[in-house]
Design a protein around this ligand. Structure first.
Ligand SMILES: *Cc1c(COP(=O)(O)O)cnc(C)c1O
Length: 362
């Protein structure tokens, strides 16, 4: 038995917590890319829409198409459109976030060819993450491109590179300063007044004074904000559970798992759990890094994580085959698990594979 339990009441708690921390004029853009951070996109999107979300965001256009298929009526931003996905954006009434000269020109030509006007778009600036986005020096060029009625500019935004780090950090200060200047310049040289936004989840916790017109929250809806003191205000939505397939007694001097993963130094009770790296239990969690919780006790993962299963040391735990194993959730926080595996909650959550059944709790 493997289950990713999705607690929609916790999603609601997180959404309401975020809403309470927003200024009355600030909108919450619900980021549901990567199947709602690896959880269960239909259930998450529908509940958020019911709670009042009127704008979603995804990474790629096919994700927006999926949201439309599910029946989402709200606006949908596509953060990272690729040239091949522009038709999907048009056909599914999605909103493209344009980040480069080539992409903007291509989209513009497409719209003109299809005789479409006032198509909603967003402009993304690169202020220091150096991933995607227009260089701020393109401001005048962009404003020029918006002069006819091909595009309807909905918002202008940028993305922080270290939003969870100290407020005073130089890069944070630089990005905020650069965004403030861009905002001022746009408002000055253009008659259009789009919305402005800069913050993701940890950004909202760290810089509530820079909410502008919207914030883009993803991970916080799922219960995390990249600092323990912020995580405490939220509730984890996803809980991964499994059950013990088999228990072995392994003798002193024998090995557990592939490639002589772990040599036992005394007689040891080993439980095998039917989840592997194909299910998102990354190999970095093996060899005494990650732990699971069984009957209220902590059991370390021993040896190398296999594709379809992993083993834990349950010598000191009274347990039987079939007993429930808590991989992460309330009992074993995914942010702690991420720390031990040298990664972040985002990676562990989005890696949960399709073999794991999603079970929704209202
Ligand atoms: C993914 C993403 C977000 C959401 O970030 P969280 O840290 O999950 O809140 C916001 N903005 C952009 C541009 C993103 O790509």
């Amino acid at each position: 038995m493997n289950q990713l339990n999705i607690y929609l009441s916790n999603l609601e708690h997180n959404y309401k917590f975020l809403q309470r921390n927003l200024n009355s004029e600030t909108n919450l853009i619900a980021v549901v890319k990567a199947s709602a951070y690896g959880s269960a996109l239909p259930a998450i999107a529908k509940r958020l829409e019911k709670l009042g979300v009127n704008i979603f965001a995804v990474a790629y256009s096919n994700e927006g198409k999926t949201l439309r298929k599910i029946g989402v009526k709200s606006r949908i931003m596509v953060f990272y459109p690729q040239a091949y996905g522009l038709d999907d954006i048009i056909d599914n009434k999605l909103e493209a976030c344009l980040y480069s000269v080539n992409l903007l020109k291509e989209f513009r030509e497409k719209l003109i060819l299809k005789k479409l006007k006032n198509f909603p778009i967003h402009i993304k600036y690169n202020t220091g993450l150096n991933r995607l986005g227009f260089n701020p020096s393109y401001c005048d060029w962009i404003v020029n491109q918006l002069k006819d009625d091909t595009f309807a500019l909905k918002s202008i935004y940028s993305h922080l590179a270290v939003s969870q780090a100290k407020k005073e950090m130089k890069l944070n200060k630089h990005q905020i300063e650069s965004f403030l200047q861009l905002r001022e310049k746009h408002l000055k040289i253009s008659k259009i007044t789009p919305k402005f936004h800069l913050l993701n989840s940890s950004g909202l916790f760290n810089f509530p004074e820079y909410q502008f017109d919207a914030v883009r929250c993803g991970i916080a809806l799922h219960g995390f904000a990249n600092r323990p003191e912020w995580d405490k205000k939220l509730k984890p939505v996803a809980e991964l559970i499994s059950s013990i397939s088999q228990i072995h007694i392994v003798k002193k001097g024998e090995y557990v798992g592939y490639d002589f993963g772990w040599k036992v130094s005394k007689e040891t009770k080993i439980a095998t759990i039917p989840l592997g790296h194909a299910d998102g239990i990354c190999r970095r969690l093996g060899n005494h890094k990650g732990t699971v919780s069984i009957n209220g006790k902590i059991a370390p993962i021993v040896g190398n994580v296999c594709m379809d299963m992993f083993m834990v040391d349950v010598t000191k735990i009274s347990c039987d085959e079939g007993d429930v194993v808590y991989v992460f959730g309330k009992e074993n926080s995914i942010s702690d698990l991420a720390l031990t595996a040298d990664t972040i909650s985002y990676e562990l959550l989005t890696a949960i594979g399709p073999r794991v059944k999603r079970v929704i709790y209202e």
